[in-house]
Design a protein around this ligand. Structure first.
Ligand SMILES: [Zn+2]
Ligand SMILES: [Zn+2]
Length: 390
């Protein structure tokens, strides 16, 4: 395989198509090593760094003839600094340019810096950043490695987001429908479902907590089948309200529409939770006050049932592993342990939601290309940097 020389590297602000981008960009990936959506995310994060100009170059291999007497690390430094100067990354007066250079088959990375950023982004900091990139680079997850490096550079330089949050939200929604179309719509729905699942999880945990404190006992405030909140308790609820709570003789409460669906199935003449037989005249059960206190014997089967329903309706939140471990806690009648495993999951879901939101916001900005408004970089030069192998 033939490698590349610095002179063959296009400038992504002038020749974005040759750099594997569809918009003016500061990322050059001439061999399309990174996926388009990853480049958008990356570009979005780069655009958030306000006080420096960041360029990214990813290639497979440096030309063997390029400084052939030197080792890969030395060659990567010369290569990166040459491209940094050729593109002119950073403003001329501040020299605040940074080039993140990656040669995947040479297995080297080099971060070249201009004098304006080399104080904060010093050798020690870059060593730390490359250290964090290394596990991803070794797994060939180059996009995540570079993404991490940009986020860390942003932290080191203490920059603020380029767009304020409101602009970000507007851009996000706009880009969602215009640029991403159906795929983003699906992502959006997935996120919505994840948030809904998180809300259901939180609601259940609040109920468990009240139960655990033994103040009011268990209060059924949502339907165990569809997990939706009950509408106003009787007699405020109109008879048309499909979510009105209905109680069975066993004291388990369901919403009207779920219960009537359940009874349509032949042979289902038992409570969905405790399997107590239901008298025929009770099929259209009584509208009830939702603040029914259940005995501990009825409570555990109800938690177990709700857990199953959460696993069925929101598998992204209650996956099989969590279902198993939470079930075990319930079987051992350990409400505290049950709450603990659910709480751990809630924290994890929160983390997934916020990181995915950050990614989507970045992608929506990155898809519009770089924020550099001039025809090219600012004319800055490299004054050094630091690299490493992986
Ligand atoms: Zn229901
Ligand atoms: Zn029951």
């Amino acid at each position: 395989m033939k490698g590349l020389l610095p002179s063959a590297i296009p400038n992504p602000l002038l020749d974005f198509l040759k750099c594997g981008r569809h918009v003016k960009s500061t990322i050059c990936d001439p061999e399309n090593i990174l996926k388009a959506e990853n480049k958008n995310v990356l570009e979005g994060f780069i655009n958030q760094v306000k006080n420096a100009e960041i360029g990214v170059l990813v290639i497979k291999l440096m030309d063997k003839r390029y400084n052939s007497g030197k080792d890969a690390e030395e060659r990567s430094e010369l290569f990166a600094r040459q491209v940094h100067d050729d593109w002119g990354i950073g403003s001329k007066d501040q020299d605040n340019g940074i080039l993140i250079f990656l040669s995947t088959d040479d297995r080297v990375v080099f971060i070249s810096t201009g004098t304006g950023v080399s104080k904060e982004l010093n050798v020690g900091n870059i060593d730390g950043i490359i250290g964090h990139m290394r596990p991803y680079l070794q797994r060939k997850d180059y996009a995540t490695a570079i993404e991490h490096s940009v986020l860390e550079i942003k932290n080191v330089l203490g920059s603020r987001t380029y767009f304020d949050d409101n602009t970000l939200v507007v851009l996000f929604v706009f880009a969602l429908f215009v640029f991403f179309g159906i795929s983003a719509y699906k992502d959006h729905r997935k996120m919505k479902k994840l948030k809904k699942g998180r809300a259901v999880l939180s609601k259940m945990m609040a109920e468990v907590e009240r139960d655990e404190n033994g103040i009011v006992g268990y209060e059924s405030q949502s339907c165990p089948i569809c997990l939706e909140d009950f509408s106003e308790p009787c007699p405020e609820a109109t008879t048309e309200a499909p979510n009105r709570p209905m109680t069975l003789q066993c004291k388990h409460i369901f919403c009207y529409s779920c219960l009537s669906d359940f009874f349509k199935t032949p042979g289902q003449k038992k409570c969905p939770i405790c399997r107590s037989p239901i008298k025929t005249d009770q099929q259209n059960s009584n509208c009830t006050d939702s603040h029914q206190i259940l005995s501990p014997q009825s409570r555990y089967p109800e938690y177990q049932y709700r857990l199953e329903r959460m696993h069925v309706l929101y598998p992204e939140v209650v996956d099989y592993g969590l279902f198993r471990s939470a079930s075990t806690s319930l079987n051992q009648a350990s409400l505290q342990q049950f709450r603990q495993v659910m709480e751990e999951r809630r924290i994890e879901v929160n983390r997934i939601i916020s990181s995915s939101q950050a990614q989507q916001q970045a992608a929506s900005i990155g898809n519009r290309g770089t924020r550099i408004t001039g025809s090219s970089f600012g004319g800055g030069k490299s004054s050094g940097g630091r690299g490493g192998r992986f």
